[in-house]
Write a protein that binds this ligand. Structure first.
Ligand SMILES: CC(C)(COP(=O)(O)OP(=O)(O)OC[C@H]1O[C@@H](n2cnc3c(N)ncnc32)[C@H](O)[C@@H]1OP(=O)(O)O)[C@@H](O)C(=O)NCCC(=O)NCCS
Length: 198
């Protein structure tokens, strides 16, 4: 066995995912030792009912599966959102109908402080620069105004309504669909830079 083969698979995966820094947050790949905190935060019906794949109750085994499966599938990136080294949520880009789809959740104690918007701005920038995506899609349950607002604040535009399968409610629910084209993102970034020098 070579030295290279002795390295845990997790560290290889972690290396392929960058660390994104924002004003208050650090976004990084999940590690196996994060499972307990992820389970504690994600075991919340309000999170499960507003995301497609998070079950409820959410156990330590679920968190272990999530972390073990993160950043393996081609085209998928998963970040944990941390605040001064404390894990506060997760976000990333997966593939839905062959298109990149943004997903995110925050632990309830951290809601209402602008953290989701701040984290998603970083992921969106990463998607359009390093990942070279042409557009990003996202969805929010029609009963989830906070999530819709986060998407709007990141420049996403409403494109219509669809139905999503929500694992936690074992049923489908109406979803507002949103999309952000690279051109719109680029214009928003230029406008932001212009405002700073004006
Ligand atoms: C949705 C979620 C990510 C928002 O996180 P957050 O950090 O609180 O979001 P932010 O603070 O960045 O922004 C929330 C915005 O929604 C607004 N908002 C919150 N509750 C609202 C409500 N009931 N009606 C209208 N707007 C609302 C806030 O005022 C804020 O907008 P503002 O900055 O213009 O005032 C978080 O609540 C969450 O994880 N929910 C459960 C999982 C989920 O819904 N994930 C998204 C899947 S689509």
């Amino acid at each position: 066995m070579t030295l290279l083969e002795e390295r845990p698979r997790e560290s290889f995966r972690e290396q392929s995912i960058p660390v994104l820094e924002t004003k208050r947050l650090t976004l990084r790949a999940p590690r196996l030792e994060d499972a307990k905190t992820v389970a504690l935060l994600a075991n919340d019906k309000r999170i499960a009912e507003n995301t497609a794949r998070i079950p409820h109750p959410y156990t330590l085994a679920d968190a272990n599966d999530f972390i073990a499966g993160a950043n393996i599938a081609g085209g998928e990136v998963v970040f944990l959102i941390t605040l001064q080294d404390d894990i506060i949520g997760a976000c990333g880009i997966t593939t839905l109908d062959k298109q990149p789809e943004l997903g995110y959740w925050l632990g309830a104690p951290y809601w209402g402080k602008g953290f989701a918007t701040e984290a998603l701005h970083a992921v969106v920038d990463y998607a359009f620069t390093d990942l070279d995506h042409r557009a990003l899609n996202a969805g929010a349950r029609v009963t989830n105004p906070a999530s819709r607002r986060v998407l709007e604040k990141c420049g996403f535009q409403w494109t219509g309504v669809g139905l999503y399968r929500i694992s936690a409610i074992k049923s489908s629910a109406p979803i507002d669909r949103f999309r952000l084209e690279r051109g719109i993102w680029s214009a928003i970034k230029s406008w932001g830079r212009m405002k700073k020098v004006m």
